[in-house]
Design a protein around this ligand. Structure first.
Ligand SMILES: NC(=O)C1=CN([C@@H]2O[C@H](COP(=O)(O)OP(=O)(O)OC[C@H]3O[C@@H](n4cnc5c(N)ncnc54)[C@H](OP(=O)(O)O)[C@@H]3O)[C@@H](O)[C@H]2O)C=CC1
Ligand SMILES: O=C(O)C1=N[C@H](C(=O)O)C[C@H](O)C1
Length: 281
């Protein structure tokens, strides 16, 4: 049934109901605003950790978009009763705990948290076998286009070019390297037929020897308020290719998350990523 202004049901009852965890975090306010601004979806719940000083405050006031009459809660399971999709931008251990609750009450998830170990990623997939989950280290269109360009570049350049990934982020970021940098390394390693977990080199210091042909160097810079910058260098003899993405704000991450909510609403259980949402596979 399509919504009609003449019917006696409200427009809100046709909207997809969204909850946001990490509501008071750097991404939280942007996510609340993006959900509020997007067509066809509405904010139904906003969650913070128990004891957070913002619990009980209006989520819209916190996000700077006016009162929404959605108070920040610390009770995820109870809040999910009236929710179709949970957006979770927190931390791996928090996301894993939230995923258990989502699987229990059958609420689909859009996850932006980064810093998962390979074991935690597997644990997430195992926990959420009965729901649809979109997990992506970066929800911007630009970075997802870069993933595709990197695959193409690696396929063309092959083993003759040394690969180094450098990422820069703000001084409050907890995980390193960034989830995006890791995915960039994985994309290039896959295209070159290498196992990322075996060839990633996170640390060079002292007499550590010459660079091997296979390794992918992963370098991290932290400082100030840098939103996020990623460069992959393909370094050959006498020439160098650099593929760079610079994030100037956090809005495109939150817009991507809102778009993913609409995409995932009727998907079959399973793990998806932003390449699926953007039809880039
Ligand atoms: N995929 C993408 O496109 C992007 C991903 N990210 C990732 O998103 C994550 C969050 O980043 P950012 O917003 O900068 O981090 P913040 O630390 O600013 O925000 C995280 C929020 O989650 C809260 N939190 C902690 N425990 C819980 C809990 N149990 N339930 C609900 N909320 C909780 C924190 O509260 P408190 O601080 O009090 O602990 C904090 O307010 C990171 O992993 C980051 O890498 C970021 C940008 C884009
Ligand atoms: O923590 C951040 O801020 C960001 N994290 C993501 C990541 O780890 O890749 C994405 C973005 O670069 C911002």
């Amino acid at each position: 049934m399509l919504y009609s202004p003449d019917s006696n049901v409200t427009k809100e009852s046709f909207m997809l109901k969204i909850a946001v965890t990490g509501a008071a975090g750097r991404m939280g306010g942007h996510l609340i605003k993006a959900v509020t601004d997007a067509e066809g979806i509405t904010l139904a719940a906003a969650i913070e950790r128990p004891g957070h000083p913002m619990v009980g405050q209006d989520a819209g006031i916190l996000a700077g978009c006016g009162a929404l009459n959605v108070l920040i809660s610390d009770q995820l399971e109870a809040s999910l009763k009236a929710v179709d999709v949970l957006i979770d931008f927190t931390f791996p251990d928090v996301t894993l705990a939230n995923a258990e609750i989502c699987a229990k009450v059958k609420t689909n998830m859009v996850i932006g948290s980064t810093g998962f170990t390979p074991e935690q990623r597997q644990q997430l997939a195992d926990t959420t076998g009965n729901i649809a989950v979109m997990l992506a280290p970066n929800m911007s269109v630009g970075v997802n286009a870069c993933f595709k360009l990197l695959k193409e570049a690696a396929n063309i350049l092959g083993d003759g070019f040394d690969v180094e990934v450098v990422e820069l982020h703000h001084n409050k970021k907890k995980d390193s390297p960034s989830g995006t940098a890791v995915r960039m390394g994985e994309v290039v390693a896959d295209a070159l037929g290498r196992d990322y977990n075996k060839v990633a080199n996170y640390h060079r210091e002292g007499m550590c020897g010459e660079r091997t042909k296979e390794e992918i160097g992963m370098q991290t810079v932290r400082g100030g308020d840098i939103v996020g910058e990623h460069t992959v260098y393909f370094i050959g003899m006498g020439e160098r290719i650099e593929i760079t993405h610079r994030a100037m704000s956090r809005e495109m991450f939150s817009r991507g998350a809102a778009r993913a909510c609409q995409w995932i609403k009727d998907k079959a259980p399973g793990m998806y990523d932003m390449q699926d949402v953007l039809d880039l596979k």
